[in-house]
Design a protein around this ligand. Structure first.
Ligand SMILES: Nc1ncnc2c1ncn2[C@@H]1O[C@H](COP(=O)(O)OP(=O)(O)OP(=O)(O)O)[C@@H](O)[C@H]1O
Length: 367
């Protein structure tokens, strides 16, 4: 997968930008706050229609403007595509592939896939389970369209059930529909767990060797899927997982009504990360945390390649500056293969990186 070219209009601090990229390494360099991350964010946006750091699309539109445009020429699955996202204040964003309007954001994943690593990824290890669920969901959605559908359905049902639980005392008739929502949530939740368990199984194969090499053979990384306690085998077929979910719902029914919250289901899942058997969340140093998070991201990229035969585009935002020289060398050796965008504050010679191009960004423009 290769992003050959990107055009931006009124996106973040870019008024207009046109860039033609190398199919190998692209170094985006410049001082702080010039627009390096914004450029990576634009590339990532065309793969997921979401940003890792903007809650609302309107944040992506240049201040004082009403519209923004991100357009890219992408080579993927032996074909050329033009992807386009049109953003507007107060209107729904529009996505296009080769001029045809896309119905869902998920369709972008059929053309462009990205793996982004940024300084905020420290939270992947340090923060609560929601961040790790988001990591799993982003990876699996790009690989399995059926998972994206199941997840969207699960979220819809979850919101509905949450409303029932919140309002049932004022409107007791709402409870008439609770059983139906429970059943549908358990059916969809079983699919979600099934896909997550299989993806984590792959992560458990691929990540520990990467992390071992990354840490110079010093650290053993472990991964464990934590899901609903009554699901004894998350790798089992969905219909078996369903039994466990229904049982859990039954024993938590009273507690859910009292707490007015949805307490049962995979929306509470977690992926625990350990280093040498100890919780990375609690004990890992900043460097270890960064290394573990980067190992997870690099593994997701390799799993994608194993599955599809294509490397997703790798976006490394400000990664190298925080790593010691050995770890830097490891990353640079490991990213051979697909297209890479890498940001840094100083000009970086391509001699360390192989074939590629460098771009100097200043005040939202190419110097
Ligand atoms: N919607 C927007 N309109 C105009 N400017 C924006 C918008 N959103 C962000 N910016 C500006 O874009 C600038 C560059 O942001 P970016 O995060 O890309 O910097 P960077 O070059 O990656 O810097 P660093 O090296 O510090 O990470 C910031 O100064 C920010 O204020």
């Amino acid at each position: 997968m290769i992003v050959r070219r990107i055009d931006l209009e009124q996106f973040r601090n870019y008024c207009r930008f046109e860039g033609e990229f190398s199919p190998k390494v692209n170094v985006i360099w410049g001082e702080n706050a010039q627009g390096k991350t914004n450029l990576l964010e634009a590339v990532a946006y065309l793969s997921t229609a979401s940003s890792h750091r903007a809650r609302y699309d309107r944040e992506l539109i240049r201040m004082g403007e009403d519209h923004a445009l991100v357009r890219a020429e992408v080579f993927s699955r032996d074909r050329d595509f033009t992807l386009e996202a049109r953003l507007g204040r107060g209107v729904r964003r529009q996505l296009y592939a080769n001029g045809v309007r896309l119905k869902t954001a998920g369709e972008l994943a059929g053309v462009l896939n990205t793996v982004l690593f940024c300084p905020e990824d420290l939270y992947l290890i340090r923060e609560g389970a929601a961040v790790r669920r988001r990591f799993l969901d982003t990876c699996i959605c790009q690989l399995r369209p059926r998972y994206a559908q199941a997840l969207a359905e699960y979220r819809r049902l979850y919101e509905h059930k949450t409303r029932i639980l919140r309002d049932w005392e004022d409107h007791p008739s709402l409870l008439d529909t609770l059983e139906e929502f429970n059943l549908r949530m358990a059916q969809t939740g079983a699919l979600v767990i099934h896909y997550r368990a299989h993806f984590i199984k792959r992560l458990r194969e691929v990540t520990p060797p990467i992390h071992r090499d990354f840490s110079g053979g010093r650290e053993a990384l472990g991964l464990e899927y934590q899901t609903v306690s009554t699901v004894t085998d998350p790798l089992a077929p969905a219909r078996e997982i369903l039994e466990g979910l229904l049982e859990h719902q039954k024993t938590h029914r009273k507690a859910e009504l009292e707490a007015r919250q949805c307490l049962s289901g995979p929306h509470k899942d977690d992926l625990t990360v350990t280093l040498d058997g100890m919780s990375a969340k609690t004990f890992a140093s900043q460097g270890q945390t960064r290394t573990a998070a980067l190992s997870l991201k690099l593994s997701s990229r390799e799993i994608f390649f194993q599955d599809t035969g294509e490397w997703p585009v790798l976006l490394l935002d400000d990664v190298l500056s925080e790593l010691d020289e050995k770890r830097q060398e490891f990353v640079l050796n490991r990213i051979n293969g697909g297209q890479v965008f890498i940001t840094c504050c100083q000009e970086m010679g391509l001699d360390r990186l192989g074939e590629g191009k460098t771009f100097h960004i200043h005040s939202g423009a190419l110097v």
